[in-house]
Design a protein around this ligand. Sequence first.
Ligand code: MG
Length: 169
Amino acid sequence: MAKKIEDAINAQINAELWSAYLYLSMGTCFRAKGLDGIANWFEVQFKEEQDHAMILYKYMQSRGWRVILKPIAKVETEWKSAVEAFEDTLAHEKKVTAMIHNINKLAVEEKDYATVNRMVWFIDEQVEEEEEAGKNLEAVKMIGDNSIGMFMFDKELGAREYHKASALK
Ligand code: MG
């Protein structure tokens, strides 16, 4: 019965690594546009997504489950604007949230309380992910074509630093 949960977590590892790839692609796209701060924000996001995959990778191993790495699907390479990139980010994070909630639901049904507990960290993390993507989207929508506004916002996102995920020992 645990096989369903095992499969779902393997799929989640793939989704987290795909997310990392997506955000790295956004990073390089915004480097090319000269928006290095926005690029930095996505590059930090790239590292965080790898942490998410590793938390699940380690969790699977501590349960004695086999991690199966599947191919990572291709990602877009071009976003016309920061609005487009943050729209895609928010939409993607909502999908990830639904996947996490599904694992949690399966784990509750299977009375796998260790997985339920592991998912708590991810459920909280997804609230933050959606909040941050949403805030950035609102900001770039408000800025529009205002170049001084974009200059300042880019500078602000340039200050984002990577911190190893608390759940990753
Ligand atoms: Mg993630």
